[in-house]
Design a protein around this ligand. Structure first.
Ligand SMILES: Cc1ncc(COP(=O)(O)O)c(C=O)c1O
Length: 182
């Protein structure tokens, strides 16, 4: 019986071209990219080149690309970073019931220890999240009033719509998400 591997969401075979590039770097580059001697500068150049290529592939600025050691670290950096960066204007997190534990558990930890309000949006029987549900969760939160005392009402509305549109673009329309940056 033929086996079909369906768990590419968790891990997927490495493209031979990628394996070759990684092997080359592992064999030829061993310097600490934060150091100033030649080996370090060579390692830094390789990391910077990779950063430029990833940024170009998704129409981002190289400065927006942060390499992490894996998914759990990336989820934590994104959630905790966003909450910290918007400390004065945040009202919490809206997430979905089908997120990886690295997301849900981090959200629950922020709820417990950093007083972040967490809304978990359900999905339909196909596992699809309805963008309107995200929009509604943000609106309910905003219009209950008083939850974002440092934002004027027009800013709150802009933030809600921006978040909902960003979510919709990212999940339902790859071309829009990859559109050239303004
Ligand atoms: C969204 C998400 N976060 C975290 C992980 C876990 O990644 P890692 O084992 O690299 O920490 C996965 C793995 O599938 C994932 O899909």
């Amino acid at each position: 019986m033929d086996r079909v591997y369906l768990d590419h969401a968790a891990t997927t075979p490495v493209d031979p071209e990628v394996a070759d590039a990684m092997t080359r770097v592992l064999r030829e580059t061993h310097g600490n990219p934060s150091s100033i001697y030649a080996e370090g500068r060579a390692a830094r150049a390789a990391v910077d080149r990779a950063r430029d290529e990833v940024a170009a592939a998704i129409n981002a600025d190289p400065g927006e690309i942060v390499f992490t050691s894996g998914g759990t670290e990336a989820d934590n950096l994104a959630l905790r970073g966003a909450i910290t960066a918007r400390r004065d204007e945040r009202d919490g997190l809206v997430t979905t019931a089908i997120e990886h534990h690295a997301v849900i558990d981090t959200a629950r930890d922020l709820e417990r220890h950093s007083r972040v309000r967490v809304d978990v949006i359900g999905v339909d029987r196909y596992g699809v999240v309805e963008p309107d549900a995200i929009r509604d969760a943000i609106r309910v939160r905003l219009y209950k009033g008083g939850h974002m005392p440092y934002l004027r009402p027009d800013s709150r509305r802009a933030l809600a719509l921006d978040a909902a549109q960003t979510y919709a673009a990212a999940t339902h329309s790859a071309p829009a998400a990859a559109a050239p940056r303004q």
